[in-house]
Design a binder for this molecule. Sequence first.
Ligand code: BGC
Length: 724
Amino acid sequence: MRKAILIIAVAIIYQINYSNIFAQEISMQEKIESLIKKMTLEEKIGMLHASSSFTSGGVERLGVTELIMSDGPHGVRREHGRDWEADETDEDFATYLPTGITLASTWNRELGYVYGTVLGSEANARNKDVILGPGVNIIRSPLNGRNFEYMSEDPYLTAEMSIGYIKGVQEQEVAACIKHYVANNQETLRGSIDAVVSERALREIYLPAFKAAVERADVWSIMTAYNKVNGIFCSESDFLLNQILKQEYGFDGALISDWGAVHSTKETLMHGVDIEMGTELNMLPNADYTKFFLADSAYEAVKKGEVDEKFVDEKIRSILRLMFRVKKFDERVKREMNTPEHQALALKVAEEGIVLLKNENILPIQKKVKKIAVIGNNAIRKHTQYSIQGGSSQVKALYEKTPLEGIQNVAGKDYEISFATGYLTTRENKADEKLVAEAVALAKESDLVVFVGGWVHGYDDSNWGEGTFDAESLDKLNLDLLFEQDKLIEKLAEANPNIVSVIFGGSSAKFGKWSDVSKALLHVWYPGMEGGTAIANILLGIVNPSGKLPVSFAKDYLDYPSHVLGEYPGNETTVNYNEDIFVGYRYFDTFDKLVVYPFGHGLSYTKFDYGKINIPSIDYSKSDKIKFSINITNSGEFNGAEIVQVYVSDKESSLRRPEKELKSFEKIFLNKGETKTVEFQLNKDAFSFYDPETKKWIVEPGEFEILVGASALDIKQTTFITIN
Ligand code: BGC
C-alpha cells in the first residue's frame, strides 16, 4: 500500500504515466490477497519455516512452490541435499568472486553493480530465488573471523558498495538478502551474545548500510542476525524490525532468520521474522521441521487464539511479495553461469581490490631482475579446495589460479621462476627448519623474493588451529602470523633484501620487523578465482594497483577501539560497545592514535596531484546542495586510478563527533599526464548526526571543514563552509 501511494505521488509530481507500473503493483497485491484467502492456516504456517536446508515451504495445491535460497556473498554455494549433505554433482561449479572486503577495497561502485549481476545471474542459472548476501556487518575488530566476507569499518563505504551489488543481483530476478541485521560483529558466542550498543551508534554506524539497501536499492529480503541487541534477539525485535526497517525505512520484503536464529513462537509471530530458517535441527538426520518455533507451536498459538491470524497473513504477504518479485509465478529469463565475462569480472575486482601498502622502489618488478624466488604456502594454496571453507560462504570454484600459477603464466617467459614452500600449515603452528633452510638458500641465489603468506580461509580438519583462521563461527585469537612466517620473512630478507611480501587475509597481520624488512607489501585479502593472475599483473606492472584500505591497519588488535574503549568479545552473555560511534578511523583520528596504514590508504605506481577545491560559496542553508570540484592530475609515469576521498569535520557540536567522517568519494582513471575535474555534491546527510535526545538527525548551524584527500591521514586540500 505504502508503495502504491508512493507511485501515485511520484506520478502526480512528475506528471509521468505510471499507470502501467501501478497496474502491475495493484495486480500483484490482488493476486497476493486472493492467494491468502485460499490458504488454510496449516498451509500458511508451512510457509513460515524451513522445509529443507535451503528451502522454505510452499503451497503446492495453489502453485506456490518452495522458496529456494543459497549462500552466499561471493559465489553461489555448492548444492546441498535437502538434509545438508553435499550433492555429488558437477552442475554446481561456480565463479568464485573476490570476497566482500576485496570488493570494498576497489571503492568502485560500478564494480559493485557488475559483481551483483554476476552473482545474480549464476544464482538465477542455478534456480535460486534468494542469494544470501551481501554481508555488511561493520568491521569492529580485526579479530572477527568473518571480516573477509564483510566490507568496511565505515558505514558510508559499506552502503555505497552494497547498493550496486543489490541492484545487480535483483536485476537478474533473484532477491538479494542483506545480512546480518544487526550488530553481528563477532563470531564468539554469536548465537546468544547481547550487543549493548547506544541508539546513536546503531544509527550512525551499524544501520546505514541496511537503510541504504532498503531506501536506495529496494532490497527484497533481509537476514536477521543470531545475536541480541540491547537485550532482545534480532529475529523478534519490534524496534529493529517493525519500527526501524518497516515503518521508518519502508521495507516491505521478507525477513529471513539466520540459520537457527529464532528463539520464540509468540514474539516472533507478532513482531519477528517472516521465515525461520535453521541449521542445528536440519543437520540431524531426518530433521523435523515441525518442531521449529514457527511450525506446529505457531499453528497451536493461532488456533488457541493466543496470536491473531492477521500476523500470519502479514508474513505471508511479505513472502509472496518476494516470490512475485523474483518471478516465481512467471517465466523467469534464464541467465548464465561460468562465462568468460564472469571470470573477467572476478579478475577486474581482484586487480582493483588488492592494496599496495608499501613500495620502496621495488615494484613493479624491473627488467634487470632475472631470477624470481616465489616462497610461501599461500603461493600454491587453493582456498576453495578445502572441505571447510570459512563456513557458509564456501564456493565450489570452477577453478582457482594460485599466485605461483599466475606469476608463471604472466612472467614465466621473461623471468626464471622457482618456488619453495618455506612453511606448511600444520597443527603445531611452528616453523619447519628444513623448509626454512631450503627457502633461504633459494632466496640467496635469486634476484628478488616474492613471499606469499598470511591467513587462510579453507582447511580440512575443523580441529586445526582453532582461532587462527578467517572463518565463520570462530574469531581469531590474535593477529600473529602463523607458522612463524614472520621469522621466515626476516631470514629471507637477511639472505636477500629485495623482498616483497604478499599477504592474504580478512585482516592485517600484527606488524613488526617482518613488515619493516619487506620492501613492498601487498595486501590481497581473498582475491577469488583469478587472484593469482591479478597478483602477477600487479607485481609485473601490467596493472597499476588502485585498491585502498576499507579498514584501518593498526599495529596490533589491542590498538583498536573495540579493544581499548569497548569490549571484544565481551563476557559469557554481553558485549558492551563502549567505544560507541568511535569505530575504526573515527577513533584513531579523534583520539590521536597511531596506525600503521590508515583507512583509505593504498599506493599506485603513478603520482596524483590535487588542485585546489573549487567551491562557489562558503555560506549555505541546511537545504542547499553543496557542490564543489577539484582537479586531479596524473603526473607520474603510469596510467592509473585514484580514489579521491571527501571527509567532513564538524567544527563545533553539542555532542562529541568524530574528527572527520567519509561522506563522498570518486574513483577516477587517468592516463599519464591527464587531468580530470572531479565533481562532488553533499547534502544535509553529510553534515548531520543522530541526536538521541530528540531521536532525530540534525544539522547544527555553524562551521564545517571539507577535507579532500588520498586517505584519512593524507589530506590534500581543505575548505571551510558555514551552514545556517
Ligand atoms: C550464516 C549465514 C548463512 C547461513 C546459511 C549461517 O550460519 O551466519 O551467513 O547465510 O548460515 O548457510
